[in-house]
Ligand binder design. Structure first.
Ligand SMILES: C[S@@+](CC[C@H](N)C(=O)[O-])C[C@H]1O[C@@H](n2cnc3c(N)ncnc32)[C@H](O)[C@@H]1O
Length: 316
């Protein structure tokens, strides 16, 4: 029996993991689909296709600094956001990571008997994640190729959905958010990380420069200069400055997405400080003026990290 049969109950009733169709795509898309199910049957639309090609070339994040599971775990624990996730996601939680890339977060969270569904559209990224999973025999993480706009899961299925740095690379971030909320169960938590409209101002400027000077843009970017591994630096530079498609957002816009999809606001990072408070505890919804948004353009952390905010909500 293939291991995916164990999780079949989470999918639409039309999905059968014994069907050759899901695994037997060798001729069309390559060998990895002997082991990773592929739910992308039709040609992808233009933007999603471009993103799949881009992330087949740039696998993000790569495994250069993860020799084994304990180094992957150390990396997760050193980052306050992923550390908090690990602390606050309960034993046995059923999690969808949408746009898992190479799956480092999914694999990091795989302890505590959680069940992790790690979804992406990039064959090369999924393969890196699956190779690591197989090597360290992590049993409860399931990689699969699926497009956020065509999810094959049952509605109201997951306890938690994480999509970090993904929706702004899709053809319609709000629509993608709606698709995610459908498969989240009431009371479930959704965590999305998005590029900030103004926090990304300097990065936008560097993108224009990168059109002219190419990879040399790394010399003008502090974060790139700090990255020692060549491959990792290349992945960061391409992802940040040469990405074929990205959209920019504000927290106020996401508040509207939350209210029109029946999602209650819990937390906004960096507005509330993770060093002081829990990720999933309910905070007062902040009033964010246009000035507050504009000031993000001059926030040094935003500049270094490429302008990013994370919003946490709970489906009612
Ligand atoms: C910047 S990477 C983020 C990876 C990972 N979440 C992280 O934080 O390191 C964006 C990922 O989103 C995936 N992606 C883009 N569009 C997608 C779509 N329509 N459906 C599923 N995944 C998508 C890409 O293939 C890529 O791996």
């Amino acid at each position: 029996m293939n291991r995916y049969k164990l999780i079949e109950k989470n999918f639409d009733s039309s999905i059968n993991f014994e069907s050759e169709d899901i695994f037997n795509n060798k001729k069309k898309v390559g060998k990895i689909f002997d082991v990773i199910p592929n739910f992308v049957k039709e040609d992808l639309d233009e933007i999603t296709g471009k993103m799949a090609d881009f992330y087949n070339d740039v696998q993000f994040p790569n495994y250069d600094d993860c020799e084994d599971y304990s180094s992957l775990y150390d990396k997760g624990i050193k980052n306050i956001f992923t550390k908090r996730l690990d602390e606050e996601l309960g034993y046995g939680t059923k999690i969808l990571e949408l746009g898992c890339g190479t799956g480092q977060l999914s694999l990091f969270l795989s302890r505590s008997n959680r069940e992790i569904f790690a979804v992406d559209i990039s064959n090369a990224s999924l393969k890196l994640g699956e190779d690591f999973r197989e090597k360290y025999q992590i049993k409860n993480t399931y990689f699969m190729k699926m497009d956020v706009f065509d999810l094959k899961f049952k509605q109201n299925n997951f306890d938690c959905i994480i999509s970090n740095g993904v929706l702004h690379h899709t053809k319609n971030a709000e629509e993608a958010f709606k698709c995610l909320v459908k498969v989240l169960q009431p009371g479930g938590i959704i965590i999305i990380g998005l590029y900030h409209k103004y926090g990304r101002l300097f990065t936008r400027f560097k993108q224009k420069l990168a059109n002219i000077i190419g990879n040399k843009i790394a010399y003008l970017d502090r974060t790139s200069r700090k990255i020692k591994s060549r491959d990792k630096r290349r992945a960061w530079v391409k992802d940040q400055f040469m990405n074929p498609h990205e959209t920019l957002h504000t927290p106020n816009q996401v508040f509207d997405w939350f209210s029109s999809n029946n999602v209650e606001f819990l937390n906004l990072i960096p507005h509330y400080d993770l060093n002081k408070d829990r990720l999933f505890s309910k905070k007062e919804k902040p009033n964010i003026s246009i000035i507050d948004d504009l000031l993000m353009a001059f926030d040094s952390t935003q500049i270094q990290e490429g302008g990013f905010f994370v919003m946490v909500g709970m489906k009612r």
